[in-house]
Design a binder for this molecule. Sequence first.
Ligand SMILES: Cc1cc2nc3c(=O)[nH]c(=O)nc-3n(C[C@H](O)[C@H](O)[C@H](O)COP(=O)(O)OP(=O)(O)OC[C@H]3O[C@@H](n4cnc5c(N)ncnc54)[C@H](O)[C@@H]3O)c2cc1C
Length: 458
Amino acid sequence: MRALPDSPLSLWLAEYGEYQPEPPLAGHLSVDVAVIGAGYTGMATAIALKRRDPSLDVAVLEAKTVGYGASGRNGSFAMTVIGLGFGTTALLRGKKFLQRAHAYMEGCVDGLERFIDEAGLQCDKIRPGFLRVATTPSYVKRLQRQVELMASLGFQGITWIGAGATREMVDSQRYLGAMWEPRLLLVDPAKLVREEKRFALEVGVRVFESSPVLGIARPQGAGGTDRLYRLATPRGSVTARKLAFATNAYSHLFDELGRKQLPAFTYMVATEPLTEQQLAPIGWQGRQGIEDARNLIHYYRLTPDKRIVMGGGPVGLTRGGDLDRDRDEKSWRHLEQHIHWLWPHLSDVAVTHRWGGPFSVTLDLTPALGYVGAERSAVYGLGCIGHGVSMSYRNGQVLAELLLGDGDGLAAGCPFVNRRVIPWPAEPLATAAKYALRGYLQAEDAFHEKVLARIEHG
Ligand SMILES: Cc1cc2nc3c(=O)[nH]c(=O)nc-3n(C[C@H](O)[C@H](O)[C@H](O)COP(=O)(O)OP(=O)(O)OC[C@H]3O[C@@H](n4cnc5c(N)ncnc54)[C@H](O)[C@@H]3O)c2cc1C
């Protein structure tokens, strides 16, 4: 198994303060369920297993530290969107699927908030509402069509607001209006996942950090006994009756998961805290989460200490499943310039943190959860693209239900379960397909911003 790269620390991990990791696994351990990966999915799966059956022995094995992956680095938006947004999902998968998926996502956001409140997770959660801003006239039309689409599917609360109302909330001369959605939660991502760890330990889950799973064997059970999974780590080993892969954008490193997903990379920057004078012209008193209407979206928010945190724009790709792309100077510069484009008076603001990381992409841009193999003793969850913050908590509950086979219907209601996942093709076709897809998305953005915008402005 390839070692995972060391990455620049996200704002959230850098500002987290002192962190006490759990010791690595040493020696041999025998458990009912082993969970590989300690991001939101792994923690949620382990917690759900223990809540369903407190007698289960559940161990989570994490290669680095809790929150090393996307869960400690993300933009902090827990939202209802999946894939590339409402319009694209309807186009790719049909309106019926969008309707089911959006209802599931609404449940994901609400369920995550309920869990945070019930479990008392200290993660700076706010529910400030979401603006998807239009920055060209053609994006205005795109968003208005999406608002109409969601209304026609019976969803309440997603509305179009004009330039005046948008700029009253958050002011940029670039904003021509916005799609408003009230459901968004913002959190501190690293606090959330590490609070989930605290809660998991409290309910009896065992967590081992610095314990990469190096290999998985499954010897034939003697005399008709269950075949057990044997997981090897550098200083120990685990035997488990059941197994959950919660390895997200690293899943292709396991032969068992094949090419269900491949990684792509997104980048983020954070400014120093804004002064009152810098913030006054922008307003942003409600600290709404903001995305734009592009394919390769920019996503941004204001932190409790008044930094602008922005991600998105260019997407990084690697050949095949290479993972060494967490840094990208060009993308960071792009994001800094985008902040200046939105708010020219911030052209001198210092950027204090730059980071990036992989997100998990399936060929049809749709998440996937399900069984590995016919025996139904191992499960996986992956492919949340940029939308796993809200989804992972419920996905973990679904994975636990699949593993225990004692479902209360969450899995049945999940539109991503046990669907046929078309694998990415072998190299060099997969790399060619990824570059072609990104090229198309970029070209369409450029067409809106450079061609249509010029025509529309005369
Ligand atoms: C920069 C960035 C910004 C994003 N912004 C948003 C956003 O604003 N909103 C949103 O909803 N989503 C966002 N996402 C995506 C979101 O963060 C993910 O979908 C979500 O965190 C996935 O959680 P996870 O637990 O499945 O995976 P991860 O958090 O990636 O966890 C997987 C874990 O598996 C571990 N692992 C891998 N291999 C092994 C091994 N062999 N042995 C043991 N452990 C292993 C890794 O170390 C890692 O900790 C963003 C992603 C990135 C990278």
